[in-house]
Design a protein around this ligand. Structure first.
Ligand code: SAH
Length: 290
């Protein structure tokens, strides 16, 4: 029987991808962001950090291209794929590997499992939800993720830049983000409309938060609704619309004036933590949500 994805050559990857789709009569779904990797150099980057003792999670296994290369390097791969049409393909492509577990499920509904690393080219339409889930619920030593470029740049952004956003704070509160490579549309079949990017996420030592994490992220979400406005103004005029009963006067007094005159998108994560803690201290009622 023909073996698929046996070499790291672009021609073979592309031919095998098209052959498999044809053999199984599968037309890629846009709504599942089905763009399959056919770029050998990109695959090499995904594989770089894997060692033979690693248990690896792959979210959105597709046709098993990356899965197969991961399986030949790692101790075990748990591959999650939502589309039942691809399961017979995965079973065939990965037949000779006894260290692969294929789970036909929506990753967003999966309970956290024990893994060492995450290596995935993740579905672009639910990237935000996946990032939130892995940084909050999973323990891992490294995640190598393929994402839409624009989205990845927001994760990696610095305070004061146009890409700095709620997503940046969410990602960088938990992880150091490094950009490994950008990928053109032709790294995939079918080609997506946008460029992609490969990022590495390395978990950081946990922040010593004096407020519930949920409160911190709530405040960050509210502040970033007004990202171009000055903090002082936001605290005075806009925040009260979203949370109730805090002493504005005391809050302002407790804060450094140079922070108060910064615009929201210029605030670093430690500054945002400090702001959330001071708001919390000046709440009259901790049952805050309106
Ligand atoms: N990793 C493969 C496929 C990338 S395309 C490759 O690089 O070739 C993204 C894959 O994620 C598709 O196979 C799609 O069906 C799957 N997917 C989309 N939403 C998903 C979800 N909620 N849970 C699990 N898999 C999902």
């Amino acid at each position: 029987m023909k073996k698929f994805f046996n070499t790291l050559s672009r021609r073979d990857l592309l031919n095998d991808t098209m052959d498999l789709l044809k053999m199984f009569g599968v037309k890629p779904f846009k709504r599942f962001s089905q763009n399959f990797i056919v770029d050998p150099d990109a695959i090499k980057i995904f594989l770089e950090n894997i060692s033979e003792s690693d248990i690896v999670l792959e979210i959105g296994a597709g046709l098993g291209t990356l899965t197969k290369f991961i399986a030949s390097k790692a101790k075990k791969v748990t591959a999650i794929e939502i589309d039942y049409r691809l399961i017979p393909i995965l079973n065939m492509v990965l037949e000779e590997y006894n260290n692969v577990e294929i789970i036909n499920m929506d990753f967003l509904k999966l309970k956290p499992i024990n893994i060492d690393k995450i290596v995935s080219n993740i579905p672009y339409n639910i990237s935000s939800l996946i990032i939130e889930k892995i940084v909050k619920e999973y323990k891992f030593s490294k995640a190598i993720l393929g994402l839409q470029k624009e989205f990845g740049l927001r994760m990696a952004a610095e305070p004061g830049s146009k890409d700095y956003s709620r997503l940046t704070v969410l990602a960088q509160f938990y992880c150091r983000i490094d950009i490994l490579r950008t990928l053109p549309p032709k790294s995939f079949y079918p080609e997506p409309e946008v460029d992609s990017i490969i990022l590495s996420l390395t978990p950081l030592k946990k922040y010593d938060l004096d407020v519930p994490e949920e409160f911190f992220f709530k405040i960050v979400s509210i502040l970033f609704m007004f990202r171009r406005k000055m903090l002082r103004k936001v605290l005075k005029h806009y925040l009260p619309k979203h949370i109730k009963k805090y002493s504005y006067g005391k809050l302002i007094e407790s804060m450094d004036s140079n922070i108060l005159y910064k615009r929201i998108y210029m605030l670093s994560i430690p500054e945002l933590v400090d702001i959330a803690e001071k708001i919390w201290m000046n709440l009259n009622d901790r049952n805050i949500f309106k």
